[in-house]
Design a protein around this ligand. Structure first.
Ligand code: THU
Length: 157
């Protein structure tokens, strides 16, 4: 028997000003995407922005529905839009911004498990690491690859 420890490395920024320009641009796009959120039930507005390998940014936001399972998170809205409109172009980064009434929570809003699983598959398809950036008003976290937010990924591809 052996006990093992998994450690995860990530970068904490106190503001977008500390970030690389392309990461800052993606965070600002995620914040902008919050404005298109349709969240009359939770009133929790989430925006996401995906950067493709050619530099294109695809935005998405959470879209709720009275029949609640029919709604979709911001991250999957953005990734599915990217997959549908730009098939075959790797997704190299995703930024997420969330909070009530289009604000940002102090600590970053973090993606749900289903969104992380979808990130994992697009990362595998793209053949390049997809960084995951989570923005809060008090801190911004950057993870360099999806494994860092979803250890022991189920990946049958
Ligand atoms: N939500 C997201 O958009 N992304 C996540 O990763 C977690 C939750 C949305 C779903 C729902 O519209 C609202 O936030 C409250 O759960």
């Amino acid at each position: 028997m052996e006990n093992k420890t998994l450690s995860i490395n990530y970068t904490v920024y106190s503001s977008v000003d500390e970030m690389l320009p392309q990461d800052r641009e993606l965070v600002l796009a995620a914040i902008e995407a919050q404005k298109s959120s349709y969240a009359p039930y939770s009133k929790f507005n989430v925006g996401a922005a995906v950067r493709l390998d050619d530099g294109t940014i695809v935005m998405g936001s959470n879209q709720e529905n009275a029949a609640s399972p029919s709604g979709l998170c911001a991250e999957r809205t953005a990734m599915f839009a990217a997959g549908a409109h730009y098939p075959g172009i790797p997704m190299v980064s995703i930024a997420i911004a969330g909070g009530p009434d289009c604000t940002l929570c102090d600590a970053p809003a973090t993606p749900c498990g289903a969104c992380r699983q979808v990130m994992a598959e697009y990362q595998t398809m793209g053949g390049k690491p997809m960084s995951v950036i989570m923005a809060g008003s008090g801190a911004i976290w950057k993870f360099d690859k999806v494994e860092d937010v979803l250890p022991f990924i189920f990946d049958s591809l």
